[in-house]
Design a binder for this molecule. Structure first.
Ligand code: HEC
Length: 212
């Protein structure tokens, strides 16, 4: 018994006592504090990187990227589309085409027409009024040739015909959507797009498009 007492550590005792139980004043070691502080600092950096900064990515982004690449692969094997009313209407119903066209739109048209087509320097593409468009095919013409002496650039040499066709269909699909902060309507209100749709796609892409 006396051995035990003499071999007990000589650390100072804390001042409190509960039911006769005393406690040595043994602070947690420095390395433990360092790990604890490290995890706290890490948690802040983690939140900032993944939830605040533009550098973080999510599994959803990765999925979208992979999906888009797959759509582009399928799109490459679609064959030449025809820039006619039926193709535009059909393409609007094809979620794969619309995903590819949206990516093209975001990369090239957002600066002037806004992320959702609400209109900035360029006109609002979501309302029923158009300046250069009377029928759905005219959207394709404006994209090809531009308008207002180049204020709307010509895109004919920038994208393949198929890309411009689904881009026109995408612009047509923006009509009737409700973006935040829409620019005031310009031009004349035109009749709604026709609703009938002529089958032009491959059976495979038709099968996958819901609601058509
Ligand atoms: C440099 C700015 C700019 C960019 C970039 C731009 N546009 Fe435009 N766009 C305009 C302007 C300005 C008009 C209106 C022309 C006019 O007043 O006749 C317009 C008109 C249009 C119209 C006709 C709308 C109407 O009411 O007649 C369509 C369709 C269109 N743009 C599609 C696109 C697409 C698709 C892209 C991307 C590939 C694009 N624009 C990129 C400036 C731009």
């Amino acid at each position: 018994m006396s051995d035990e007492i003499s071999s007990a550590p000589q650390d100072p005792l804390t001042s409190h006592e509960y039911d006769g139980i005393r406690e040595y004043d043994n602070p947690t070691p420095g390395w433990w504090h360092a790990i604890f502080a490290g995890t706290v600092i890490f948690s802040f950096l983690y939140v900032i990187f993944w939830h605040v900064s533009v550098f973080g990515w999510s599994i959803h982004d990765r999925w979208k990227e992979a999906e888009l690449a797959e759509f582009a692969r399928i799109f490459g094997s679609v064959g030449q589309l025809k820039p006619d009313e039926g193709t535009f209407l059909e393409s609007m119903q094809n979620p794969q085409f619309m995903a590819i066209a949206r990516a093209t739109y975001l990369g090239n048209c957002t600066a002037c027409h806004g992320r959702d087509g609400e209109g900035l320097v360029g006109v609002n593409l979501c309302d029923d009024a158009y300046k250069n468009v009377k029928k759905i095919e005219d959207i394709f013409t404006v994209i090809n040739e531009g308008a207002k002496s180049g204020a709307m650039p010509a895109w004919k040499s920038r994208f393949s015909e198929n890309e411009r066709i689904i881009l026109a269909a995408y612009v047509a699909s923006l009509r009737g959507t409700k973006p935040a902060n829409p620019k005031q309507a310009e031009g004349e209100v035109i009749p709604p797009w026709p609703t009938h749709s002529v089958p032009v796609m491959s059976p495979q892409s038709r099968e996958r498009s819901p609601g058509s």
